[in-house]
Design a protein around this ligand. Structure first.
Ligand code: CA
Length: 683
């Protein structure tokens, strides 16, 4: 999502200031339009009285007795199903009038199994027939998701799908997450990948650059990440699937059909089975490589307002509104959904459950999660954990604008300890380590800007209560908001805003690329050794950039594609990331699971220099083979001297180099930590 802000300061944010100014006139215009609009909500209170449907056969069931349609639309005056031979164009070959049933649903059936056919629903509302919609539960769709498809889902399973399993992990803190857009990953001409920009890209073995470096899934294996977090992969609105031969790009935060894959990532959007089968093949290939798949989900808003599938099935119900009847907009994208209402709550829970069951998804990342209520998020996590204890859930613990949902009910970062099995992104560590996310010149700890030391420490202890961390000095949060490190995702950059490479270029004027790469290494060393779960943006391991573009959500491939020749050019950088990941995976001391363990095993050192953080992880923390690990981060652009207790230390990281198994010995004493680097010792 383009707007990453904390609700507490959202109205001071430059983007939002503009948005709010624009917004007042938009709201006024919307109010004027809605005064004469037949779909204007008649008061939110009535939604609580709507009957909720408790069956599991919403919209489409095909069985021995035929094809059955069930649409939930309590206020419809009539409803019908239109049946088509094709996914686009032509007239319906048949129209079925639906009959009112129980719990707000409408039903129609035919005795045949209509495999290969397509359908849409239409409802009559306030005397008018609304536009066609594939419904909100279409699990297969044709081109551009305009019509739902009737397919036999079993036909979409690749060989061996029944045996397919994702990686087993005990705690989210054991994961190393790699966030990637399908197109960024494979579309560059030197990726060596055949299926560029497609789900199938991640199924190709043995791909290399012209210079011989591994790409694709082999690259992921070589890097050592445990989970790939794929940017939105449900059917989204912006990319026109009828003209995929033309250059088009979008991140995909504009949801259209939540329960079917995006067509532009398939080899044939017109074939409803292709996108499903190919996405499953991708997941299977990653699972075979021991890598889990986290899906980015965006239930907080839809691409359209009155024309969304939600609005065309049950107008008004699925959204929050302002008192004047206009759409409230905590997403900054024109609307926000209403998870506190029974059928929206159930929709979110059932939808993620469906993806986990049908597609074997291993985790979910919730966009603007604080638009949802904490109860819904708790139900999401508990339902998924019942299905598969290795599944984890995390999200953005903020909104992009104000919401009618009371602050105490929002799934905010500050409320994360009130939820079970949910983690949030730490903007604390993000901004302290590399400087403010949107102010491009702003420096952080690794550029040598003092005043970030205590917030770096908040990051190290995963925002849990620690006797040596003074939260009053925190730059973003002023209290220990996490009750356990399993509630925190640590990162310094993601698809939003500048890449780490661009951020360092903008904030280190006059620096050399070598200096910036050292700063990137120090930044990621802090992230990957901190308590909580590390998360990285794809391509940072080869020092990829986005040519200085912040919000590249629809920028062309020339901005977003990862140039894999960088892997050759920046081979040392890649090697550093590999060793850093290896170090974390080999040592449970970096992966504690309780705040008590952190308080007992992390000891910060008194440091009399600015921009230096020094601490030890002691007493074989979390069953680690190492009795003590000493970590000293020097964010200064010059070397500093530190005192390390005498001992028989193995050097793990020094002067911008790292080796998980060690690279020499030190007996401690007065040691030098070179400019912009980490010193890690173990014994
Ligand atoms: Ca689409």
């Amino acid at each position: 999502m383009p707007y990453l802000i904390n609700y507490k300061n959202f109205n001071q944010h430059p983007y939002i200031m503009t948005a709010l100014n624009k917004f007042s006139s938009m709201a006024l215009a919307a109010a004027l339009i809605c005064a004469s609009c037949s779909k204007a909500p008649k008061g939110e209170e009535r939604y609580a009285e709507f009957p909720a449907y408790t069956g599991d056969d919403l919209e489409l069931t095909v069985n021995d007795s035929g094809t059955h349609f069930t649409l939930w639309s309590p206020e419809a005056q009539a409803a019908k199903v239109q049946l088509y031979d094709n996914d686009l164009g032509g007239e319906p070959f048949k129209t079925l009038d639906m009959e009112r049933g129980e719990q707000g649903v409408w039903r129609a059936s035919v005795p045949e199994q209509l495999y290969g056919k397509f359908y849409t629903f239409r409802i009559k509302y306030d005397g008018n027939w609304l536009d066609e919609t594939p419904g909100i539960w279409a699990k297969a769709v044709g081109t551009n998701g305009m019509r739902a498809a009737i397919i036999n889902m079993a036909n979409t399973n690749p060989d061996g799908w029944d045996q397919d399993r994702g990686p087993v992990i005990e705690n989210i803190t054991d994961a190393v997450i790699y966030e990637v857009h399908h197109r960024d990953f494979s579309v560059h001409p030197n990726s060596g990948i055949q299926n560029k920009g497609k789900f199938l890209a991640m199924t190709e073995d043995g791909t290399v650059t012209p210079l011989g470096d591994k790409t694709g899934i082999d690259h992921l294996k070589e890097l050592g990440v445990t989970h790939v977090h794929i940017l939105p992969s449900y059917d989204y609105n912006s990319v026109d699937e009828t003209r995929l031969d033309e250059p088009q790009y979008n991140w995909g935060y504009d949801p259209f059909n939540y329960n079917a894959p995006e067509g532009s990532y398939s080899t044939n959007p017109a074939d409803p089975e292709a996108r499903i089968r190919e996405m499953k093949e991708m997941i299977q290939a990653l699972h075979n490589a021991g890598i889990g798949v986290v899906m980015d989900v965006v239930y907080n808003h839809t691409a359209n307002n009155d024309d969304s599938n939600f609005s065309l099935t049950a107008p008004g119900y699925f959204y929050r509104h302002r008192e004047d009847g206009s759409y409230s907009d905590a997403s900054g994208c024109g609307n926000e959904t209403a998870s506190e209402r029974k059928m929206m709550h159930d929709y979110i829970v059932n939808s993620v459950n469906y993806w986990a069951k049908e597609y074997h998804i291993d985790g979910f990342r919730f966009d603007l999660m604080a638009i949802h209520d904490t109860e819904t998020m708790n139900d999401v996590a508990s339902t998924l954990k019942q299905l598969n204890p290795s599944i984890f859930v995390y999200g953005e613990g903020w909104t992009a604008g104000d919401s009618p949902l009371p602050v105490e009910q929002r799934a905010l970062k500050e409320n994360v300890s009130k939820m079970q099995g949910i983690a949030v992104f730490s903007d604390d560590i993000r901004d302290a380590v590399k400087g403010h996310y949107s102010n491009e010149e702003a420096q952080g700890f690794v550029q040598g800007q003092t005043g970030n030391e205590e917030t770096v420490k908040i990051g190290i202890v995963a925002a849990t209560n620690h006797p040596q961390v003074d939260y009053s000095k925190g730059n973003n949060s002023k209290f220990a908001y996490a009750s356990a490190p399993t509630e925190i995702i640590n990162y310094v950059s993601c698809h939003d805003d500048l890449t780490l490479t661009d951020k360092l270029a903008k904030s280190m004027p006059g620096s050399t690329e070598a200096q910036r790469q050292r700063a990137a290494r120090l930044a990621q060393t802090i992230v990957f050794t901190s308590q909580g779960t590390p998360f990285m943006f794809a391509g940072e391991e080869v020092f990829r950039d986005k040519k200085g573009v912040h919000n590249s959500y629809k920028s062309p491939d020339s901005i977003n594609a990862i140039d894999w020749n960088l892997k050759h050019q920046n081979a040392e950088q890649f090697g550093y990331y590999q060793e850093l990941i290896k170090l974390r995976k080999a040592h449970p001391a970096f992966r504690m699971t309780t705040s008590e363990d952190i308080a007992n095993h992390i000891k910060f050192d008194e440091v009399d220099q600015n921009n230096v953080v020094s601490y030890s992880i002691v007493d074989n923390a979390n069953g680690d083979a190492w009795k003590e690990i000493k970590l000293i981060f020097n964010g200064n652009p010059e070397a500093v001297k530190v005192e390390v207790p005498r001992g028989n230390w193995t050097i793990i990281a020094q002067d911008g180099k790292i080796k998980a198994d060690g690279m020499g010995r030190s007996s401690g004493g007065t040691l030098t930590v070179p400019a912009t680097s980490a010193l890690i010792l173990a014994q």
